[in-house]
Structures are given as C-alpha cells and as structure tokens.
Design a protein around this ligand. Structure first.
Ligand code: UDP
Length: 335
C-alpha cells in the first residue's frame, strides 16, 4: 500500500467553502499551512462561518457562483487541488426546489471539472449516501447496486444528480486522465450546521434549548449514523494527499447507529430540557408520498485500508459540541 507523502504546502480551492463542511475544512487546511481559496455564492453558506479567516494572509474569498466562469477559471488556475462541495443539499431544500437542485448539482460539477482539466488540478467531488437510495443492505459498500425511487418523487432527484456527478468525474479520469476522487458523505453533523434545510441534529438541539417539542418525523424508529464534521475533514485531507486515491469512490461516515427517537431523548437529557417529543407524519413534514430510509450505515473499509482513517469522535462528543455552539448562537441572537 502506497503511503501519502508528507504534504507540501498546497493551494486548495474549496467550492462551497462558506458552508458547514467547507468552512471547517478551510480552518484545518489553513492551520496546516496551506493556502485556501473559497468560491461560494452564500445561497446556503454563510459569511459568519468564514468571518474569522477573512484577514488570514493565505485565505481568499470570492462571492460568486460556479456559473461565473471567469472567477472560477481564475481560482482554478491558482489551485493544486479543488474540493467541490458546493451543491444544493438537505432533503427539505430538494423537495421544495427540485429544478434548482438538479441544475446546481449537475451544471456546477461540469463547470468545476472543465476548469480542473484546464489546469490539471486534482479534484475531490462531494457525493452523498443518498445514492444508495432505498437499498436495505447493511452496511452500504461503494460497489453496491443502487435502488432509487420513481422520478415522480423529487427526493430522488438529489441522488440522481449526484450519481451523474460521480459518473462525470470518473469519466474525466478515464478519458482525460484527470485525478478525480468522488466521496459519499453520510450524515455529517457538528457546529455551524444549520437546521434551516431540515438537518435533524441542529433542529432538535435548538428545539430542546428553547423548551419546544422535538419534531420526530414518522415513527422515529429510523436510524442514522452521525459523524463529526472534524472527522469528515480528516478523511478529506487524507484523500486529498494520497497518491492512490483517485479513480474510486469512497464512503465517509460513522458506523454507530442511533434511532431518531433515541437521538431526541439523548438531546433532551444532555440539554436538561423540559421539551417533549412529538411525532409528525412524513406527509406533513415533507410532501405526500415522501419516502424515508429506515437505516443507513456506511462500509468504510475502503478509505480505512487506503489512508487508515476512521472516526475518532463519539455521538456524545458531537452533541456536546453542537449544544455549546447553539447555546452561544441563541445568546448572541438575544443580545
Ligand atoms: N428528522 C426528524 N425531525 C426533523 C428533521 C429530520 O425526525 O426535524 C428525521 C428525518 O426524517 C430522517 C432523519 O431525521 O429520518 C435524518 O434527517 P436529516 O435531514 O438530518 O438527514 P437525512 O438522513 O434525511 O439525509
């Protein structure tokens, strides 16, 4: 097994670098002595996530969309590695704005790959565990068949758009020799994540801190594995520098499962909240006919055997970090 060399200082372009994951990645790369360029149109990202880096000499922020080809081209021309995170994400956003989701995810990736090809940048492409769709095999492995729902259900547009991204990235590698590393993120959580687009952990924490009922969708027996965003960042940095990473897809996620009912109980206990739990039918929470997955567990042997990566932080570490962050946010909102 080839080992990654000690990383030389490199220039990274992070698309979506003002988002939840991108901003943590920028912090880690700057900390390690790299230069970070960010392109973000702030549609779902926030300037608050990167405000503390704006004066850093090795940090540059461009507020622009990926369709702004002149800006993208200039940034790509300076980059060694592009980490493409910009996308329409979050089930709620996808169900409510399917045209935006499909266009952003497919066209944005095409723009990034074309720019990367001009300057021979290594590319890490963000994909999602949603591509495993309704598969019931536990755990999900990268080479598994996928089972998506009908095109009449807009939830599946997200998975399909990300599959096109993966196909396109792998095709650029095969046909043009561009080093491309698609990765499938499972549920990723931590400070700075917003609950606005449906993500369960920040929503429950905010509800608990306000003493409001925690809104569990469906019967709450569905399970998820939540991975700390800083563990995800470590995984991405490992892939970015590993010489043998390109040309294959990698799962990134935690493997400790918890039901959404138990997650709600754990958050109520950790926040010492008097909140209750209320169950809301999926049809009310999302849209009639909405299909959820009962379980979603990653098989992470591929990345582990390549880079040695595995998550180091527990669910309680994650929840404590999110609670501390949300408490601070609520305090500053009140002042
Ligand atoms: N969920 C919930 N209440 C909420 C938000 C989400 O019960 O306020 C459920 C959602 O239906 C899913 C799980 O929590 O079963 C995880 O949802 P999230 O949107 O965080 O990620 P997903 O796994 O759907 O991508």
């Amino acid at each position: 097994m080839a080992q990654a060399d000690t990383p030389q200082p490199s220039t990274f372009l992070i698309t979506g670098g003002a988002g939840f994951i991108g901003s943590h990645l920028a912090d880690a790369l700057l900390q390690a002595g790299h230069t970070v360029l960010v392109i973000d149109n702030l549609s779902t990202g926030s300037i608050d996530n990167i405000a503390h880096q704006l004066d850093h000499p090795n940090f540059h922020f461009a507020r622009a969309s990926l369709t702004d080809t002149i800006v993208l081209d200039r940034l790509a021309s300076q980059a060694d590695v592009i980490i493409h995170l910009a996308a329409a994400v979050g089930v709620k956003l996808i169900v409510e704005h399917p045209v935006h989701t499909i266009e952003t995810n497919v066209m944005g990736t095409e723009m990034v790959l074309q720019a990367a090809l001009r300057y021979q940048c290594r590319v890490l492409l963000a994909s999602t565990s949603e591509v495993y769709g309704k598969g019931s095999k536990i755990p999900f492995s990268e080479e598994d068949d996928v089972l998506l729902g009908s095109t009449s259900k807009s939830r599946w547009a997200y998975a399909a758009s990300k599959m096109v991204d993966e196909f396109l990235g792998l095709a650029y590698q095969r046909e043009y020799g561009l080093p491309v590393i698609p990765f499938r993120l499972f549920n990723t959580v931590g400070p700075r994540q917003t609950g606005r687009y449906g993500m369960v952990v920040p929503r429950f924490v905010r509800q608990a801190l306000r003493g409001e009922p925690l809104t569990v969708y469906g019967d709450g027996t569905q399970c998820r594995c939540f991975c700390h965003v800083l563990d995800v960042v470590d995984a991405l940095v490992g892939l970015a520098f590993h010489p043998d990473a390109p040309g294959r897809v990698y799962n990134i996620g935690a493997t400790e499962e918890i039901s959404i009912n138990n997650l709600a109980r754990r958050i109520i206990a950790l926040t010492h909240s008097r909140s209750t739990i209320t169950h809301i039918p999926y049809s009310e929470a999302y849209a009639p006919g909405f299909e959820d997955m009962q379980r979603r567990v990653p098989d992470t042997r591929r990345i582990q055997s390549l880079t040695g990566w595995q998550p180091r932080r527990s669910l309680d570490d994650i929840l404590q970090a999110v609670i501390a962050f949300e408490k601070k946010r609520q305090e500053s909102e009140q002042n």
